[in-house]
Write a new protein. Structure first.
Length: 263
């Protein structure tokens, strides 16, 4: 449930705000009446609340760091994938002319498919693109392997190596998209946040403090959760990895445009 909810950052924002605001209300209206008189528990509540909020801040900070590192990993993989495709496009010249033309055409189609996968937000469309991508990979590898099998020259073997890099870079990209913040981390953040807001409600001393606690702290924590979920989500967030390198590569792969790639 938490993993699916994290795919929708705006929903995370709304649900978090409602749950945390309700927690403050429960603490202020119900739990405080079960404890000792307010005058006797003020200092105890402040100490416990300070420690709990500090722990919550640390957990949020660690989770944010995890999300950013995964986002950076996805950006790096997109760049590596573009480099691998560009390199193989250049190495296609090592193959016999008919096979080289076929490989270059397949690589152009493959690049467009990869760009579409980055941009689509529809799950059904993503599955269609994934299936098309696997078909293109099989076809490209078959063409290259057949061309090299005719002569088996060392130069042509570089084309096989480059094609392996293309396939491996796609697998690495897919793995980085699956690498998300663990459910345990989300569960821990949620539990600590709820406990903190219960304590905030218990420790509120007057109506104004209760109204302030009901809005400000839940809003701050909910926005933090939203930002973490947004950065961590490859598809559902506002902050996404844009296929800039692949788009630039697609422009350079047009017939008549010189390609520059790391070899």
């Amino acid at each position: 449930m938490l993993a699916r909810l994290a795919d929708y950052p705006l929903l995370v924002l709304v649900v978090s705000f409602v749950v945390l605001s309700f927690s403050v209300h429960i603490g202020a209206i119900h739990l405080r009446g079960w404890l000792r008189p307010e005058a006797e528990l003020g200092e105890d509540i402040r100490v416990v609340l300070g420690a709990a909020l500090t722990l919550l801040g640390l957990i949020i900070g660690f989770s944010y760091s995890m999300a950013v590192s995964r986002y950076d990993e996805r950006k790096d993989d997109e760049e590596l994938e573009a480099n691998a495709i560009g390199t193989e496009y250049v190495r296609a010249d090592l193959l016999p002319s008919p096979d080289a033309a076929k490989v270059r055409e397949l690589l152009r189609t493959y690049t467009d498919a990869r760009i579409s996968l980055y941009k689509t937000g529809d799950e059904q469309e993503r599955r269609r693109i994934d299936a098309h991508t696997r078909h293109l990979q099989t076809e490209m590898l078959t063409v290259v392997a057949a061309a090299v099998g005719k002569t088996q020259s060392p130069a042509e073997a570089l084309a096989v190596s480059g094609m392996n890099d293309v396939l491996n870079s796609q697998s690495s990209t897919q793995a980085s998209w699956w690498n998300r913040i663990p459910r345990a981390a989300w569960s821990l953040m949620t539990l600590i946040a709820v406990c903190c807001h219960l304590l905030v409600g218990i420790g509120a001393r007057n109506a104004k403090a209760e109204r302030l606690s009901l809005v400000v702290l839940p809003a701050i924590v909910s926005i933090s959760f939203f930002l973490i979920a947004d950065i961590d989500s490859p598809r559902g967030g506002v902050i996404r990895v844009q296929p800039e390198n692949l788009e630039n590569l697609a422009e350079s792969l047009r017939p008549g445009v010189a390609v520059s790639a790391v070899q």
